[in-house]
Design a protein around this ligand. Structure first.
Ligand SMILES: Nc1ncnc2c1ncn2[C@@H]1O[C@H](COP(=O)(O)OP(=O)(O)OP(=O)(O)O)[C@@H](O)[C@H]1O
Ligand SMILES: [Mg+2]
Length: 224
């Protein structure tokens, strides 16, 4: 069976995830790979609807309700989009995945990390990314980008959270980026330098796939 590659880009708001995802896609396509860029929350019709609810400043959402909404969006995204694309041998680049829930709902909202971990595992059907690239940006750079950000639609519900919440999330990413299995990237550097590091990392993974055919999730958990 064909096996694709699952790449996840993680990091705080405005850390450069979307910029790097687009560049990575262009490069991989140039190498002849079929690439699918997707995002969380979102990625499917239903998940994008949940995204709208989550980001709507008018939504009043308790932390645990928020966690379940993110995980509902995730399980649909995983079943409907990610797993079929992997089975078709594609390279999937997801702008955010489980680590975002750990950072925002776990560290940011203060929900029990074990609960977050359990729900992450259920919502992914135990699917693990081949690589999770985590952007760590210096606080000064983060503050600069925040000042520069001028969104036509104004800040969303999460961006309206007080700066103490953002500080907790940013700090969490700093810690999480250094955990085993994570590929930390210093996001405060020029775009091209960061992209070169990401390409070097992805190049290594390309060497292993699709030939290895390692089981990437427990059989019997496929669901769809
Ligand atoms: N390495 C970089 N140096 C300077 N500016 C950058 C760099 N990477 C991205 N930017 C700029 O910072 C802003 C945020 O980048 P981007 O949208 O890629 O981040 P993001 O992580 O996807 O943000 P969000 O979580 O809000 O979607 C953009 O204006 C982008 O042009
Ligand atoms: Mg983005």
């Amino acid at each position: 069976m064909k096996r694709g590659i699952f790449i996840v880009l993680e990091g705080p708001d405005r850390s450069g995830k979307s910029t790097q995802a687009a560049l990575l896609k262009t490069w991989l396509e140039g190498l002849g790979h079929e690439v699918m860029v997707t995002r969380e929350p979102g990625g499917t019709y239903l998940s994008e609807k949940i995204r709208r609810i989550l980001l709507d400043p008018k939504s009043r959402i308790e932390p645990m309700t928020e966690l379940f909404l993110y995980e509902t969006s995730r399980i649909k995204h995983t079943l409907e989009k990610i797993i079929p694309a992997l089975d078709a041998g594609k390279v999937i680049i997801s702008d955010r995945y489980t680590l975002s829930t750990t950072a925002y709902q776990g560290y940011g909202r203060g929900l029990d990390l074990k609960t977050v971990e359990t729900l992450n595992r259920i919502a992914t059907l135990n699917l693990k990314p081949d690589v999770t690239i985590v952007f760590d940006i210096p606080d000064k750079v983060f503050a600069q980008r925040e000042r520069l950000a001028q969104k036509v639609s104004g800040p969303d519900r999460i961006e309206r959270e007080p700066s103490s919440f953002r500080r907790r999330v940013n700090k969490a990413y700093k810690v999480l980026s250094r955990k085993p299995g994570m590929t930390r990237v210093d996001g405060g550097r020029p775009v091209e330098e960061i992209q070169a590091d990401i390409r070097a990392c992805v190049k290594n993974i390309l060497k292993t796939y699709p030939a290895a055919g390692k089981p990437r999730r427990q059989e019997g958990h496929r669901g769809a």
